[in-house]
Design a protein. Structure first.
Length: 376
């Protein structure tokens, strides 16, 4: 074989460069197949990601001028029984996106979706002893998997790892999938934090030193709400949660944001001082998808059009009249509460305080009112 042929063979065998984020001056670019890629994205409804149902909408998505579809992947469908994985939904999305010359951004509906654990598999939901729930202040279990239980973390992480391995095997060169979001809109509803025994013990304990160190090192760059909480207490460098941030629901949400961030980033759920290193390792997952911070959904998508549909495809009475209002008020109750991990998972940001609590309650009441009208 000639040298040129050997070079071509080596080039063909070499792994293609994975989609990744690249800084360009003050901008951050998504690079796909070696070139900047501008996402013109439309996001599907929560339960509209089944290929058979979605097939009728691909022509409409093309008419909208989209080049990317933001689609959910459901843990309960991916792993219907412990250790048994079914990738039919994922493979169907890949095939249909390629047939329509579009890219995909996948949303992992694992432990949480809009706070609740509605897309966790039945074998997880039906065994709260093995997979503990978050609790309210009366000790009642909620439909929210606790981030303080290692079993919850491990089960979700195994399923997510299988998804990423499958994507690497099926899409490692085509790059139909350009991004994957880990979990979706986590938070606590209606109370600001988990009241389980494990959560109470950590809340009564010290703030992890790596969080306090980050606050001190980035004091001038913190989100205003977080900065005001810490500054109001004199910017202490150590202490329990309420000593560092003050009593109240805002501190409870900072506490939960920290532990959700550790949990989603691959850190331990049961230790208050877990290193941020697992977060960095999770971001550089061996599936070959982009390293670096997990992109927020809104930065991934241009103004999106939604395909609205219930899980079983049923239409609600009077839906035509009230669907616009449902879309307006039916977003995540924690839309203004955005826990984030920056610089290796150390900073926690989000809208905090009594004003945010009043906002959530008002939005919840409005949504209930609209749902009552739908059911009439």
């Amino acid at each position: 074989m000639s040298g040129a042929a050997l070079a071509l063979a080596a080039l063909a065998a070499a792994p293609a460069e994975a989609p990744h984020l690249r800084r360009a001056g003050t901008a951050t670019q998504l690079v796909v197949d070696g070139a900047p890629f501008l996402v013109l994205g439309g996001e599907l409804g929560n339960s509209s990601g089944e290929p058979a149902y979605l097939k009728q909408f691909w022509p409409k998505l093309q008419e909208l001028g989209l080049n990317t579809v933001i689609a959910p992947v459901y843990w309960d469908q991916l792993e219907p029984a412990p250790g048994r994985f079914d990738f039919a939904q994922v493979d169907g999305l890949l095939a249909d996106a390629r047939a329509n010359r579009m890219r995909l951004v996948l949303l992992w509906f694992g432990s949480w979706k809009n706070s609740m654990s509605c897309y966790a598999p039945a074998w997880v939901k039906n065994d709260p002893r093995a997979f503990p729930r978050a609790q309210d202040s009366s000790g009642r279990g909620l439909e929210i998997l606790s981030p303080f239980a290692d079993a919850n973390r491990d089960a979700d992480a195994r399923a997510f790892a299988e998804l990423m391995r499958h994507l690497r095997a099926q899409d490692g060169r085509a790059h139909t999938v350009v991004m994957v979001q880990v979990e979706n809109e986590v938070g606590m509803i209606p109370e600001p934090r988990d009241r389980s025994a494990a959560a109470d013990a950590l809340y009564a304990g010290p703030v992890p030193p790596e969080l306090v160190a980050y606050l001190a090192d980035h004091a001038e760059a913190l989100a205003p709400e977080l900065s005001s909480l810490w500054s109001a207490r004199g910017r202490p460098r150590a202490g329990r949660w309420e000593e560092v941030f003050g009593p109240g629901p805002a501190t409870a949400e900072v506490f939960m944001a920290w532990h959700f961030a550790l949990r989603a980033g691959g850190g331990g759920g049961g230790q208050g001082g877990v290193s941020a290193a697992p977060v960095r390792e999770r971001r550089a997952h061996p599936a070959g998808l982009p390293a670096g911070p997990v992109p927020e959904r809104r930065t991934a998508a241009a103004p999106a059009r939604r395909v609205a549909r219930g899980r079983a495809g049923r239409r609600l009475p009077r839906a035509r009249r009230v669907l616009p209002e449902l879309r307006r008020v039916g977003g995540p109750l924690h839309a203004r509460w955005q826990p984030a991990v920056r610089a290796g998972g150390a900073a926690v940001a989000g809208r905090r305080g009594e004003r945010a609590l009043r906002f959530r309650r008002a939005r919840r009441d409005r949504l209930r009112s609209v749902r009552d009208r739908v059911d009439e």
